[in-house]
Design a protein around this ligand. Sequence first.
Ligand code: ZN
Ligand code: FE
Length: 253
Amino acid sequence: MKIYQFPCREDNYGVILSDPDSGFVASIDAPELEPIADVLEDKRLKLTHILTTHHHGDHVAANAALKAQHGCEIIGPAKEESKIPGIDRTADHGDVLDVQSHRIEVIGTPGHTLGQIAYYFPLKGVVFAADALFALGCGRIFEGDAAMMQTALQRLAALPDDTKIYAGHEYTLSNARFALSVDPTNESLLKRAREIELLRDEQKPTLPTTLTLEKQTNPFLRCSDPAIRANLGMETATDLEVFTELRSRKDRF
Ligand code: ZN
Ligand code: FE
């Protein structure tokens, strides 16, 4: 299965999956018509599916146009069915989809929105986490609460460590600055932050990432880390309290 990742809009990523054997061609979300249509045309692909993660406009903007052009099936979160343009089929946490012989496990990742889902391809070791887990960050909490978002991240963190993670946005540079503000002595983070600066200087993507790397460097997956806790003055707090504090600091950062 080939995976094409390309920039859309301001800072979104479009992702197209293509499996020549089965003819499966899927767009993970549909942030913007033109760049998606360009890739499809360039690779001579006919879109069979859109896998929608959540209802925000920057993730569903091209649903209707792509469906009109390709007649693709749109799968999206059950809890947001009424808000997903063109949706044909719903998916919810724990569902296992068999889409043109591809096994896809659906992981509920609420918090950013109440119904957001991630799509995990266990045989490929890849997850599409949209606006739940970013490189060095996590999604902003718009509809849910911190406990929901923490649960979402824990579900993703429970995947195998070598899982490749694709995310909805290129926010890594600003996420790195925040991460350094709460975890300034983390050697892995310092090294990664330098690498990210170089990549972004050349306008290269910092995604996909891996769970291993995120566990070493993403403060939102490191709420039990003694150095982060000491930095926040929260040595005896619960992980959820630390997570809540990190998320609200990031909102103000
Ligand atoms: Zn969003
Ligand atoms: Fe988004």
